[in-house]
Design a protein around this ligand. Structure first.
Ligand code: ADP
Length: 227
């Protein structure tokens, strides 16, 4: 029995990254975040990073051709053959359709939409700090605190695209471009919507319960969603 292939969607600040790390660990599959891949490319100064950086800082999506190449390469690596948790991809209908043509019609087991109201995500993003070493998220006690220590010993700082301007741009793009993808996934019967308010543990429990219902009995029988 193959491992699960899950997409995770949600507005910026909905907790996608945190939940994807937990879900991937639980399922024993890689966590593939297109945002993390692009930020690493920018830090490394590669050609991909050079092409992506201006789009990212402006809060725009990088062009589909660029991101599709990144995802196609990553999904061909051996660890992703049996399953994955995709974080931040697809982001629009064209990317969703490209993913299905890349992997086949029954490529995706479920798409989880983590739903959090706009005012909550705006507050969360103002306090979000990301570790330069391990990429995990810390919450600043006060939005005015620019940097803090990460549990790994690294330094967690505000992302350069977490400015008020870039965030409002990304939220608008989410409504314009990701909403149609969400409707399409729902029409394919793949969408599970989960309330993303509350603590990370509470949201994790909701996601696991929703996935159990969505993919039961196959995953349940194989014990993939272990607690
Ligand atoms: P957020 O969800 O807060 O926007 P991400 O880390 O997922 O953060 O993405 C950061 C930036 O990387 C995006 O604003 C965009 O410029 C780029 N990006 C990430 N994933 C994609 C994608 N699938 N398509 C196009 N651009 C992407």
């Amino acid at each position: 029995m193959s491992r699960m292939r899950v997409l995770v969607l949600g507005r910026q600040g909905a907790g996608k990254g945190t939940q994807c790390v937990r879900l991937a660990r639980r399922l024993g599959v890689p966590h593939i975040s297109t945002g993390d891949v692009l930020r690493a490319a920018v830090r490394a100064g590669s050609e991909l990073g050079r092409q992506a950086t201006s789009f990212m800082e402006a809060g725009q999506l990088v062009p589909d051709e660029l991101i599709l190449g990144v995802v196609a390469d990553r999904l061909q690596e051996p660890d992703a053959r049996e399953g994955f948790v995709l974080d931040g991809f697809p982001r629009n209908l064209a990317q969703g359709q490209a993913l299905v043509s890349m992997l086949g019609d029954d490529a995706i087991d479920a798409a989880v939409d983590i739903d959090v109201p706009n005012d909550v995500v705006i507050r969360r993003i103002a306090s979000r700090r990301v570790c330069g070493d391990c990429a995990s998220i810390s919450v600043a006690p006060d939005p005015a605190v620019p940097a803090m220590a990460c549990a790994c010993g690294g330094r967690a700082v505000q992302r350069t695209d977490d400015t008020e301007f870039a965030v409002s741009r990304r939220l608008a793009i989410y409504e314009e471009q990701t909403r149609p993808l969400v409707h399409w996934l729902s029409s394919l019967d793949l969408l599970v919507t989960v309330d993303g308010t509350g603590s990370p543990d509470q949201v994790e429990t909701r996601i696991v319960d929703a996935l159990r219902l969505a993919v039961a009995p196959a995953a349940e029988a194989s014990g993939e969603l272990v607690s």
